[in-house]
Design a protein around this ligand. Structure first.
Ligand code: SF4
Ligand code: SF4
Length: 113
């Protein structure tokens, strides 16, 4: 998320982090968790489970924000995340937008550009 201005109380808040647990033998390799993870934490492993399916593995676990989407979407209840410590809220790419830039964007919009 990109802030126009840095909120004064930003330091009070943290971004949650999750640790992923995969119950490999339950997985049926549908890839829902991989496709829908908003942080691209998962990928399909080249290994097979006992049922003969490729199961997911966490490749960017540090990026997991414990949103529980993978847990909610998995039809086999084969994946879940566990909340661990929070980290400072990310302020997005680059610094907050300078007011002058914002004004010029608004001016362009008003001119229909
Ligand atoms: S909890 Fe959210 S961010 Fe973490 S792996 Fe699952 S879908 Fe991705
Ligand atoms: S959503 Fe569940 S069953 Fe599908 S690949 Fe992920 S862990 Fe396996």
């Amino acid at each position: 998320m990109r802030f126009w201005r840095t909120p004064l109380d930003q330091k009070k808040f943290t971004t949650p982090h999750g640790r992923i647990h995969i119950i490999i033998e339950r997985c049926k390799g549908c890839k829902f968790c991989v496709e829908y993870c908003p942080r691209e934490v998962l990928r399909i492993s080249e290994q097979f489970n006992k049922k003969g399916y490729h199961y997911p593995e966490a490749v960017k676990e540090d990026a997991c924000v414990d949103c529980d989407l993978c847990e909610s979407i998995c039809p086999e209840f084969a994946i879940y995340s566990e909340r661990i410590e929070g980290a400072p809220v990310e302020s997005g790419e680059g610094e907050a937008a300078a007011p002058a830039e914002a004004e010029s964007d608004n001016e362009k919009e008003a001119r229909g550009e």
